[in-house]
Design a protein around this ligand. Sequence first.
Ligand SMILES: [Zn+2]
Length: 78
Amino acid sequence: MLTIKCSKCKNKLFKYEKVGSGRVLRCWKNKITRAYNIKVVEDKLFCAECDNLIGRIDDKKVDMISEAFTYTGTKTTK
Ligand SMILES: [Zn+2]
């Protein structure tokens, strides 16, 4: 499980179950297991603390902006 954090203010954004060792480029909504401090405006996902734009949301996933976040934790290997 990964904890995704804002790269600007280190606010916790959400927990994400990442399968495989690849980079985190998009987050499938059904694998976001817990949301912390996020703000959604139309199709954009922001850090609720500092308004950093984190990603763009569509039906099933969030396309992440790679400079906007960091993460800690471990990826799940199949
Ligand atoms: Zn932030």
